[in-house]
Design a protein around this ligand. Structure first.
Ligand SMILES: Cc1ncc(COP(=O)(O)O)c(C=O)c1O
Length: 494
């Protein structure tokens, strides 16, 4: 599909506000030549910056503070593509080219889109990406489908444009084939939209927002088969799919109660190869099915490097990327140059260990993926620690809760098994349970608070979400899990 066809096909998805945003011509694009003295842009000379270098002290793996690699970002030399003079200067709104190339490489190597005219735009965290996507595509006439439990800021993002959110029922189950969006429900909803009492005053949805792997909050992962079915529905009903995937690299195999601390990533006898990780552990993005260029994928460095960098990227067809770029031009402009340089210098340092590869781009890619595997190993370990701790409690043995075992990400959901009927007022029951848990000294998130529509999801919101990500060490995580279980036991009166 060439650019004109993309424009013809996707212009109808744009919001009214997007129409009002005319491209700004800030600079005329004159290329600097030897004799050209550039006095036009308001850029402070780099020698006016109060620093001339940044030293990075890298760790070998999470939680290891031993011998470290040190890399420097200098004023002019290091890294050669992105030294201080460039990185801390005003820079390209799309992201500095070496970083854009690195992000493109990640996409090409893992989730290469099946059409040609795709592109990457760097942004300031997936929260920023989401804001830009909904701002560009939604207004009062728009309806957006999303999982019934979701990353709550998305709801505000959508409604702030005037658009409406419609929840999709989810299968909350440990079975990896069934997890996530209830596809039959979605199909019925779309096929019968104009007959459905609650929704027929709304326009048919034009967007699906989905967190595909290790979903926040439920931990569910959409199987490849479900991704295919959903993509077919998106084609039939002409939906854009916004695929938010901050946890896609953090996958783990099923928990083995016979061998609770088993970790395929750190198995010294049979170490996992990079290819095995890429081919068997990662689930392919909707991009790999996207013959129509209708998928917008959001990736972020928040969980894979650090959230404070505020660095992320969006992959979509070139026409949509241009519209998003246009919005960035008048809002955030370029993502932080310091963050880009830090990530770039880190990845270049990781690349030096990848001596098996000839090409520097390959070395950078595989160096980064090796780090992703170390993180996935850490999350797998923490998942094991948490499950073991939960499963050894009396509350679990007395069937007072079950665990919604995720296959990726950082969230675990504990589903309360109400001893009699489900409470008539789920909200106040969970609020009371929360008080008991806080008294026990543990803080979690209550299921109903994560529902797009509390009424719609009240019956299925009897769960507690907690994360394995933040605890300082295993013992703290174990203690947290015990407090959750003991709190449930006390609340349910056992
Ligand atoms: C599903 C989802 N999307 C986006 C974000 C935010 O990512 P970022 O830090 O890149 O803005 C989060 C953070 O928790 C998340 O869970």
């Amino acid at each position: 599909m060439d650019y004109e066809s993309l424009r013809d096909r996707y212009s109808r998805f744009l919001s009214r506000r997007d129409e009002g945003r005319k491209p700004i011509t800030f600079w005329d694009g004159e290329l600097p030549s030897k004799d050209l003295i550039c006095l036009e842009a308001g850029m402070p000379n780099e020698k006016m910056f109060p620093i001339k270098g940044i030293d990075l002290h890298l760790v070998e793996r999470p939680f290891e503070d031993g011998d470290e690699d040190k890399v420097s970002i200098t004023r002019y030399e290091e890294p050669v593509e992105m030294p201080i003079a460039r990185a801390l200067q005003y820079s390209e709104v799309r992201g500095m080219q070496p970083m854009v190339n690195f992000c493109k490489r990640i996409v090409e190597m893992i989730n290469k889109p099946v059409y040609e005219h795709w592109d990457v735009l760097m942004s300031n965290g997936s929260s920023d990406s989401m804001f830009k996507v909904f701002e560009t595509l939604c207004d009062e006439s728009s309806t957006v489908l999303m999982e019934e439990f979701t990353f709550s800021p998305v709801v505000s993002n959508v409604t702030s444009t005037g658009a409406n959110c419609v929840p999709l029922k989810m299968h909350l189950t440990t079975d990896p084939r069934e997890q996530g969006i209830d596809v039959e429900y979605m199909e019925q909803l779309l096929d019968n939209w104009h007959e459905i009492e609650e929704y027929r005053h709304l326009n048919k949805p034009k967007l699906l927002y989905t967190i595909v792997t290790g979903q926040n909050p439920t931990g569910m992962t959409l199987s490849m088969e479900k991704r295919r079915q959903i993509y077919r529905l998106a084609q039939k009903h002409d939906l854009i799919i916004v695929e938010d995937d901050p946890y896609g690299y953090l996958t783990f195999p099923p928990y083995d109660p016979e061998n609770p601390m088993k970790n395929v990533y750190t198995d010294t006898e049979n170490p996992m190869s990079i290819d095995e990780y890429l081919q068997q552990r990662l689930i392919k993005s909707f991009l790999t099915l996207d013959t129509d260029a209708r998928v917008i994928r959001l990736e972020t460095f928040s969980k894979m490097y650090a959230p404070g960098l505020r660095l992320s990227f969006i992959i979509a067809n070139k026409f949509i990327i241009d519209r998003l770029l246009n919005l960035s031009e008048i809002t955030t402009r370029a993502p932080s140059g310091a963050s880009q340089a830090i990530v770039y210098a880190t990845v270049k340092a990781m690349a030096t260990r990848e001596t098996a590869y000839q090409d520097e781009n390959d070395r950078m890619f595989y160096g980064w993926i090796r780090w992703a595997m170390k993180l996935a190993a850490t999350y797998t370990h923490r998942r094991n620690v948490a499950f073991k701790a939960l499963y050894e409690t009396d509350a679990y043995k007395n069937h007072l809760f079950s665990v919604l075992e995720p296959s990726a990400g950082m969230f675990i959901n504990v589903k309360i098994n109400w001893p009699h009927a489900k409470p008539t007022d789920m909200k106040s029951s969970l609020d009371q349970l929360d008080k008991v848990l806080v008294n026990k000294g543990v803080k979690v998130v209550l299921g109903y608070k994560l529902a797009v529509d509390q009424k719609f999801s009240m019956d299925s919101s009897g769960f507690l979400r907690f994360t394995v990500a933040y605890a300082s060490h295993d013992d703290q995580l174990i203690e947290g899990c015990h407090r959750i279980a003991n709190g449930i036991q006390e609340y349910l009166g056992h």
